[in-house]
Design a protein around this ligand. Structure first.
Ligand code: CUK
Ligand code: CUA
Ligand code: CA
Length: 638
């Protein structure tokens, strides 16, 4: 048996058979989903796949001490974090806590992180759960500029920003009036101002519809969804668009003029049977310049207690293309994924419940908005069969698209211009270039630099939702399988499996030189930095006590400090060590305090010293030969 390409196990097929049959009964796909994944074309294409990775140009194995050439930013799914991977090795280098507390760094423990995460009136965290799906980074001139990355939280409709100098989250914004915030994409330039060739907006699609305002009306016909624009710098919500149907994923054009969301629930159903009743749903385009003119001209309303301007993007209000804010291009059936090709010409939607990919030409969408097309659907330049369960599409910068086929457990490589030729009537145009089996059931995929003008067609990572038999079993929960595929040649070559903790969904991959991470903080980053050990102090204001301290290996600046039982203590700690990688920790037993301070970083915690005693505060982060001795005492007097 050729182990390089195991067929999906019989159990896998059975699962697909029942699940797919139940889910897709109404679409006539149930029978197809029983057939083997490897169609004749696929077999030929994937036969020589797993060469010895060591022999291959794009080998995944790095020698000890060798650095990766690409960064990957991975969504953490419902662990609520963002992960940093090195590629091609697939090594996880860092987890950046975002929406959910993290015990390593003290995220959700320190005052600074709590302020970013959001607190209730009593000072406790507003949320401790999240569900991240999509990571995207800021652009300049059509490529990543290394300033920011953004990530969504679907549960509580929050968008977070990560600074890519320190690789930390610095802002989180909760979107008003929406639920199920899913798709996210930064713009790539301003639609009007030619000098703004970088990201200034982030677009957010809301998947679920809710009553507006959402205050206890139980009438499914009144549920609505909205599309939201957030300011990339201030992270404030700029405007929202009321739409027909829902939003799923989001894409933006390279000229800054268009954003779009795929819609799988144009039916506006509240049950899945209703959500899949129409043969075609839509890719909904937003004319950014016109929306912002409408906001400027005061043509908006507000909803509930939110002050965010809401413009009308419904079909009814946008019948005249020449003034329309939106254009609904129809796409078959419950599409998933909308991705912008790196040549800037096309958006591609995958059919999900239809085996097709739909190619929409952006120049034609703009013609529609100019009143030169009779129907928005005339912007569709190809609708071609790809395989079962198409979800997401990546690009190699050489005219090829790579689409995941969830049901077929494959990635299909197809040529966009040939697909357009085929759609036009050239039945000899062989648009499918290659297929490869993946293990198993892929969701997102992304190629190196895929969503930039600098798509380089080297590596393709595929987020397989099921790893099944690919790793040592460790109980009922399986990791996901992020597979790395070499796409530099005609044929895709599977290079490596990497287990990842659930449930990343989406990720981006870019060249390492595009970010310039800092290794040491600046003391002035914090307004409360304790810049000299001589500033160490304990000051009292009624029952509130402020303790200022510094750390320098292997000692804290105070060997002890005294407070009284019942005091509310705010402890400020600055790490005065300047050496790269010299991090200290600070833990206080029985007070739920543990956090780290990186070189030249300042953090603070506030807690109540509610029991008398001596408490050894100690360094938790191995820093020095005298790390174990690096302690101070908090003496709480009765
Ligand atoms: S979704 Cu998960 S596989 Cu949230 Cu981007 Cu398509
Ligand atoms: Cu300081 Cu360990
Ligand atoms: Ca639908």
């Amino acid at each position: 048996k050729d182990l390089s390409h195991p067929e999906p196990t019989p159990a896998r097929r059975r699962f697909l058979g029942t699940a797919a049959a139940a889910g897709l009964a109404g679409v006539g796909l149930a029978a197809c989903s029983e057939k083997p994944a490897t169609a004749p074309a696929a077999k030929a294409a994937s036969a020589p796949a797993l060469a010895n990775p060591g022999e291959h140009a794009n080998a995944a194995h790095l020698k000890p001490g060798e650095l990766d050439t690409y960064y990957g930013l991975w969504s953490g799914g419902h662990t609520g974090d963002m992960r940093v991977l090195g590629l091609p090795s697939g090594r996880e280098i860092m987890r950046i806590p975002v929406f959910v507390p993290d015990a390593l760094v003290g995220w959700g423990i320190t005052n600074e992180s709590k302020q970013i995460m959001g607190t209730k009136a009593d000072g406790s965290l507003k949320y401790t759960v999240a569900d991240t799906h999509h990571v995207h980074a800021s652009y300049k001139d059509g490529n990543y500029d290394g300033r920011y990355a953004w990530i969504n939280d679907k549960i509580n409709s929050r968008i977070a920003r990560i600074r890519l100098d320190y690789f930390v989250c610095d802002k989180i914004t909760e979107l008003p009036n929406v639920q199920g915030f899913h798709g996210i994409f930064p713009d790539k330039r301003d639609p009007v101002d030619a000098n703004i060739n970088y990201t200034t907006r982030v677009f957010c699609g809301a998947e679920f519809s809710v009553p507006l305002p959402n205050a206890g009306i139980e009438d499914g016909t009144k549920y609505r969804s909205m599309f939201t624009c957030v300011d990339a710098e201030t992270m404030e919500v700029r405007w929202q668009v009321l739409i027909d149907g829902n939003c799923d994923l989001t894409a933006t054009s390279y000229d800054g003029k268009l954003a779009a969301t795929n819609q799988y629930n144009t039916e506006m159903g509240v049950k899945y049977e209703d959500m899949m009743s129409a043969e075609r749903d839509a890719c909904l385009f937003f004319n950014i310049a016109r929306i912002e003119e409408a906001v400027k001209a005061g043509k908006f309303k507000t909803i509930g207690t939110s002050k965010v301007p809401v413009v009308d993007g419904t079909r009814e209000a946008n019948k005249d293309p020449k003034t329309a804010l939106t254009a609904y291009v129809s796409v078959p059936k419950n599409p998933h994924g909308v991705n912008a090709s790196p040549d800037g010409k096309y958006f591609i939607c995958a059919g999900k419940l239809s085996p097709t990919g739909t190619v929409i030409e952006l120049a034609k969408v703009l013609e529609y908005f100019d009143g030169k097309l009779a129907k928005a659907d005339e912007a569709i330049v190809a609708e071609v069969e790809l395989g079962l369960g198409p979800l997401h599409t990546a690009f190699d910068g050489r005219g090829n698209a790579y689409t995941t086929l969830f049901l077929d457990s494959q990635v299909v490589k197809w040529n966009v211009e040939k697909a357009i030729a085929f759609h036009k009537g050239d039945k000899n145009a062989k648009y499918v270039v290659d297929r490869i089996d993946v293990q198993y059931q892929p969701g997102h995929l992304n190629a190196s630099q895929s969503e930039t003008r600098a798509a380089d067609g080297k590596y393709l990572a595929v987020g397989c939702k099921f790893s099944k038999d690919r790793f040592l079993p460790a109980g009922p929960l399986h990791p996901e399988n992020e597979q790395l595929i070499d796409i530099s040649g005609d044929k895709m070559v599977l290079m490596a499996d990497h287990p990842v903790r659930g449930e990343p969904h989406d990720f981006i991959i870019f060249k390492r030189e595009l970010v310039k991470p800092k290794q040491v903080y600046n003391l002035d980053d914090s307004p409360i930095a304790v810049k000299d050990p001589k500033e160490s102090s304990v000051t009292r204001n009624g029952r509130k006590v402020t303790v200022k301290m510094t750390s320098q290996a292997p000692a804290f600046s105070m060997r002890e400090f005294k407070v009284k039982k019942g005091d509310e203590v705010t402890l400020i700690l600055t790490n005065l060590d300047k050496v790269e990688d010299l991090t200290h920790g600070f833990a206080i037993p029985q007070h739920n305090v543990n956090f780290i301070v990186n070189p030249q970083e300042t953090k603070s915690v506030t807690f109540v010293a509610d029991k008398p005693g001596v408490f050894w505060c100690y360094c938790t982060h191995f820093c020095h030969a005298l790390h174990l001795e690096m302690r101070t005492r908090m003496i709480v007097e009765a």
